[in-house]
Design a protein around this ligand. Sequence first.
Ligand code: MG
Length: 273
Amino acid sequence: MRIARFTTGDEPAYGVVQGELDEYGQPDEDAIVLELRGDPLYSGIEPTGVQHRLADVRLLAPVIPRSKIVAIGKNYAAHAAEFDGEVPAEPLMFLKPNTCVIGPNDPIVYPRQSSHVDYEGELAIVIGRICRDVPAEQATDVIFGYTIANDVTARDLQRSDGQWSRAKGFDTFCPLGPWIETDLDPHAFSADGGGRGVQTHLNGDLKQDGNTRDLVFDIPTLIAYITSVMTLLPGDVILTGTPEGVGPMVAGDEVEVSIQGLGVLTNRVVGRD
Ligand code: MG
């Protein structure tokens, strides 16, 4: 099931997106949204009976994490090689504030403090229940679903600060969407499950062409590792790392992150004030 959050000009609502996706993850013209009452992460949901054409609604970030976004760095060997070449012995964990989340087609705002802002296309996990100390073999129990993220990074500030909070934490630096896919298990993203292609296009040019089969630490391992440190809450989001091919964006650019079977997340970069 694909669960989107959307607005038609009124209050945001959740809905189930129905329709075929093409090979790039774009929905067909006849795709519809079946409106839901309630909140799938924090309360029950039921259909309202109202349906919209997907083309007639504005999609919003499918989840605003109530507490945190936990992100993993250097989780693809070829991407680690773009930097110092070292794959960490354990998952390299950092936080992005929930205030950096934006939705599909929302603008990424280029901050005044930076002159080098990169895209990082990533698979994102949405947590479905409060959890800590989750064994890897039970990771499936705490996953609500998957979406697409762009872990936007001010690369110059990441290098100069050492700590990554500023470089990764600007408002608008975590586009999420276009919806949450709930019908996949972590195996689908692993090497023996075949993996899923992760691509980033900048102004239509292919820049990242990775596959989740190349994750250094797989999804169950990440959930076990993170929850051995901190409690995860419903709606918390885990970014699983970016494949090789990261690069800079400038004002006016359009960045698209697509994951096979999940969809496409598109955003445009706007200039600093
Ligand atoms: Mg990243």
